[in-house]
Design a binder for this molecule. Structure first.
Ligand SMILES: Nc1ncnc2c1ncn2[C@@H]1O[C@H](COP(=O)(O)OP(=O)(O)OP(=O)(O)O)[C@@H](O)[C@H]1O
Ligand SMILES: [Mg+2]
Length: 369
């Protein structure tokens, strides 16, 4: 049996902060992270992506050009990763490219999810077989299309003895419950960093609140928090998934307007951090048997979030996925490398407990290298 099955995983998430790129050895039994690279997304391209995510009317030319431009960035991220590591393109079995979600509408009359970042371009520039468009097949199979990373969480982080929750705090937060006794369950719990990022950009001119230090200076505004918590998403039953289509600046501004009280920007930030914490804690409380909680995603760097979760969930152990052997920054990118491997091997994956899909399916489309 070969001991090397190298795959690349590429991810640009809801935060549109960077392209996370990993080389991972997926030869059984345990995925091993070989190399990582974070490729910045230029301000102009980021603005074009955020415009698409904002749902404003734009021309097909702009959509097409952004799709191609992002495909070039994904290809470049892969090539930079290989250059850093000295690994030849021929050694990589495939790239799993999640793409950039610009719209996610799993509950409409005609459910769809749209990821851009042209995989033809990635395959052509790198010469590596590329798998992408994972979520569309899941939607076609009656699922939410998201979250999909729980497939890896289950494969990599489940224990035969203790029940665990894996929390990914990206732009949106998702939770995976892994119990030794019952089958895994997962769903998006609500906002992760996306609202805090938007508020920080608006008031501080920075893309995010480093370490959550601005949020820490503020005081939670209980009335605003209660009003934000009233959104029906929080009490909706799983399977459920969400994105910027719901949790965005306009959603926050509308709540602030209807509150009709002046709340200082720093207190709004503290309240948004608490919203992320409380929605995760409430979701966890619905699954009383969780013994250990592991956080991944950029939110693991936000000390205000981590301390708030630790305090609210005590005496449960709250730490990051580092304790389970994978640094929190790279779990999601590894997940898409892992799903690409399943696709290349023709293995149908069962997402029914995470997305509500009717039956297992081979996810994604393959672009030959
Ligand atoms: N040092 C830090 N302090 C506070 N927040 C951080 C720090 N580093 C990253 N973050 C937050 O994490 C976000 C990026 O997280 P991540 O890349 O996991 O999310 P994502 O790109 O939306 O991915 P996905 O949607 O797949 O979960 C940033 O936008 C920022 O809010
Ligand atoms: Mg990211």
């Amino acid at each position: 049996m070969s001991t090397k099955e190298l795959y690349i995983g590429l991810l640009s998430g809801t935060s549109v902060d960077a392209v996370d790129a990993v080389v991972v050895n997926l030869a059984p039994p345990t995925p091993a992270l070989i190399a990582t690279h974070s490729q910045p997304i230029a301000g102009r391209l980021r603005a074009a992506i955020l415009k698409l995510c904002g749902g404003s009317a734009i021309g097909l030319q702009e959509l097409g050009e952004t799709h191609i431009e992002l495909g070039e960035v994904f290809a470049q991220a892969s090539m930079n990763l290989l250059e850093i590591t000295g690994i030849a393109a021929e050694e990589i079995l495939a790239i799993g490219s999640h793409g950039q979600t610009v719209w996610h509408e799993p509950n409409g009359d005609k459910p769809f999810t749209l990821q851009i970042g042209d995989a033809n371009t990635i395959a052509e520039r790198t010469g590596i077989t590329t798998v992408s468009d994972f979520r569309g097949r899941d939607i076609a199979a009656g699922g939410q299309g998201a979250p999909l990373a729980p497939l890896l969480h289950h494969n990599r982080f489940a224990s035969a003895h203790v029940s665990r929750a894996i929390i990914n705090i990206g732009g949106i937060s998702n939770i995976t419950f892994l119990s030794p006794k019952t089958s895994a369950i997962a769903f998006d719990s609500g906002p992760g960093n996306v609202l805090m990022d938007w508020w920080t950009a608006k008031h501080k001119g920075r893309n995010f609140d480093k370490n959550g230090s601005w949020a820490r200076e503020g005081k939670v505004h209980e009335e605003l928090l209660a009003s934000l918590q009233q959104d029906a998403y929080f009490t909706r039953r799983a399977p459920k998934s969400t994105g910027r289509e719901l949790f965005n600046g306009a959603w926050l501004e509308a709540a602030l307007k209807s509150l009709n009280k002046s709340v200082t920007p720093v207190d709004v930030q503290a309240t948004l951090a608490q919203l992320t914490i409380s929605s995760l804690v409430n979701a966890l409380e619905g699954h009383g048997d969780v013994e250990e909680v592991y956080v991944c995603g950029g939110g693991a760097h936000n000390q205000t979030l981590m301390e708030g979760l630790t305090k609210a969930l005590a005496p449960k152990k709250v730490t990051t996925t580092e304790a389970l052997g994978i640094h929190p920054d790279w779990v999601e990118a590894i997940a898409f490398a892992w799903i690409a491997k399943q696709t290349i091997e023709g293995t149908a994956v069962d997402t029914s407990a995470y997305t509500g899909a009717r039956a297992p399916a081979v996810l994604g489309a393959i672009y030959q290298g």
